[in-house]
Design a protein around this ligand. Structure first.
Ligand SMILES: C[S@@+](CC[C@H](N)C(=O)[O-])C[C@H]1O[C@@H](n2cnc3c(N)ncnc32)[C@H](O)[C@@H]1O
Length: 331
């Protein structure tokens, strides 16, 4: 049953959507020169970043299915420069109100991806995916994957193991959803493997397009040397969202990020001919985000693609063990 549904979805995915010319054929849109004044102006824009509050934006939108993919990394309530730390209860109440506004505006074949880490209080962690899951369940959304985003850099903690992953909760609204697996395949481990029995004995057993990327994704986080680094302290890497955009939407579709930051989701959308609407409350991030959207539309986006192989750190001079460490008791 499931495989039939998925197959239908990917056939639909490969069809061109009538009436939506690819972005490169559309005239250059003035909306990228300045943020729209009112939320409703976004509806006429191929892509736009609105400066303001996510809840206010959503309440101003028509209460009908608008978004093909909602993907966001909300504030984690950690007391970062861009947020005020609240109790976990108050924070979740606020997030619930936003989710209540989003779900009716998600299209039936659409997906919602909520990317979260931990809320940390007094040295204790509350993994936010666990806290959010009941909210999405109450809305009847269907969880398809809990993707582990693994990255290599971060704080070294002293009283617990250093955190090196966050989570993307992927939900669909219905069972008829878009899933373009072929668009995101990665190289197989053993492409030379062959069937050793049965009618296909001797033939290669793998898919020449590569394998399913699985649900643990190692993608570098955006630290100071990263090609995508902006002034934002917590931007997510474009590659993380690029994989979701390619798999869960088709060209011309609307990708929406209610907490857009510097529009990383928008870059992922625009470089692949999707449309993007984002909301961000901080003027400086909106300004930077607009520059990035413009670069993406002009084919000049600086980003690291989802399928770029990981850097082999053992090749760096910094990986050499200092001579002074070769002493009894060390290493
Ligand atoms: C974790 S960051 C998202 C970063 C983004 N994914 C990127 O790559 O740039 C959360 C963002 O939500 C914004 N924000 C906080 N409260 C908001 C609100 N009420 N409405 C809209 N944006 C808000 C913050 O300014 C911050 O940029």
């Amino acid at each position: 049953m499931r495989s039939v549904k998925l197959k239908k979805a990917s056939v639909r995915a490969s069809r061109k959507r009538p009436g939506t010319p690819p972005l490169f054929m559309q005239p250059r849109q003035p909306e990228l020169l300045q943020p729209p004044a009112s939320p409703l102006e976004v509806l006429d824009a191929p892509s736009a970043l609105w400066l303001g509050d996510a809840e206010a934006f959503l309440k101003a939108m028509p209460n009908e299915p608008l978004f093909d993919l909602v993907v966001t990394s909300p504030p984690y309530n950690m007391g970062k420069a861009y947020e005020k730390k609240n109790s976990l209860e108050l924070y979740l109440e606020w997030q619930r109100r936003i989710i209540d506004e989003i779900v009716p505006r998600l299209k039936p074949a659409g997906s919602l991806c909520w990317q979260v880490g931990n809320y940390v209080d007094n040295g204790q962690i509350a993994p936010l995916d666990i806290e959010f899951a009941p909210i999405f369940r109450e809305h009847g959304l269907k969880m398809r994957n809990r993707i582990i985003w693994h990255f290599g850099h971060g704080l070294h903690t002293k009283h617990r193991f250093s955190g090196r992953y966050e989570v993307v909760l992927w939900y669909t609204k219905t069972d008829e959803y878009i899933f373009n697996l072929d668009a995101v395949r990665v190289p197989s481990k053993y492409p030379g493997k062959k069937y050793f029995k049965g009618p296909k004995t001797g033939q290669f057993s793998g898919n020449p397009l590569g394998k399913n990327p699985e649900d643990v994704w190692s993608i570098p986080n955006v630290k100071s040397n990263h090609v995508e680094k902006t002034s934002h302290p917590c931007q997510f890497p474009v590659g993380l969202i690029e994989r979701l955009v390619l798999a869960l939407t088709n060209p011309g579709d609307i990708v929406f990020d209610p907490f857009a930051g510097v529009a990383s989701a928008g870059v992922a959308a625009l470089v692949h001919d999707r449309r993007f609407w984002g909301v961000e409350i901080n003027e400086g991030y909106v300004a930077e985000g607009m520059q990035r959207l413009k670069a993406a539309r002009n084919g000049d986006a600086a980003y690291r693609s989802h399928n770029t192989p990981l850097y082999d750190h053992t090749q760096s001079n910094l990986s050499k063990i200092p001579d002074t460490w070769h002493v009894v008791g060390a290493i």
